[in-house]
Unconditional design. Sequence first.
Length: 368
Amino acid sequence: MQKYDYLIVGAGLFGAVFAHEATKKGKKCLVVDRRTHLGGNVYCENIDGINVHKYGAHIFHTNNTEIWNYVNQFATFNNYVNSPLSLSKGKLYNLPFNMNTFHQLWGVKTPIEAKNIIEGQIQTYGFKNPKNLEEQALSLIGKDIYEALIKEYTEKQWGKKATELPAFIIKRLPVRYTFDNNYFNDRYQGIPIGGYNKITEGLLHGIETKTNVDFLKNKNELNALAKKVVYTGNIDEYYNYKFGKLEYRSLRFEHEVLDMENFQGNAVVNYNDTEIPYTRILEHKHFEFGKQKHTVITKEFPETWTPEKEAYYPVNNNENQQKYQKYKALASNETNVIFGGRLAEYKYYDMHQVIGSALAKTRKEFNK
């Protein structure tokens, strides 16, 4: 018996936005998730009064005023600005690449000096037609920055040599000839005061939700509950890997509560060196300017993905894109299933992009 208009599989941002908008249109929704909590990867766990980003750092940023106003319905944002640091061979550097970074590398004080060094290195080490990530990086930024701040970090992140990675992974690199450590160029930026759960709770207020529900293991039974399904999980898993598995990189997180007020003085510090197994350490209190007497840190370890692990970064090479296009063609023939979000679209999305995609899908659905 169909009790619901929409069964929404996945309580991350895409599913939550779709459920919220459908409910505003008078539709009855059930949201299910196989995790023990709602919120997907933006979920925060409060540990001793500190909101811990359980699935890695999430900093909201956008140039889209409509999306900024949309999220501000559910939470008040602080004025956090993402200014990560990068540790390489015992030295700390500012990110993104800017005049502070160039001064730390070479002692230069003016944009002209920095530009001359970078352009000279591009001339010496660059390639006209870069065939891999290493050649692309050398052609965009030169040798010193590549070797200090890109090569080892990227190889850890992807589990492959830079010469084996496709050039398109870094189509461009942000280079600023100003003393500006703000990682993003977007007009709007911040962290929701009280954590991202405020947004999830606001979106799903009054909507029926169930956690610990594996849709694919109970597909027929759950499908029978609703007129339509909104599916935000892995598209290849939905089709039982008919054309083979799509590749991802996974992550493992180690969270620690430390009996000290301040561990690293910054929310995000990257660790470039190969011999250090993690790529970065987060110190969560700094996202919300916490004054607690203790702190919580998270070490982030990249891992080879297997179906039992969480899928984080799609490996968007040609082989995987060809597979995805086959799954996408199957999905386009579905009349009662809407596919959306990072996993269902096999696309790396920032938060504002997921919200934008969900809003676009709801408009398409309800303006027929």
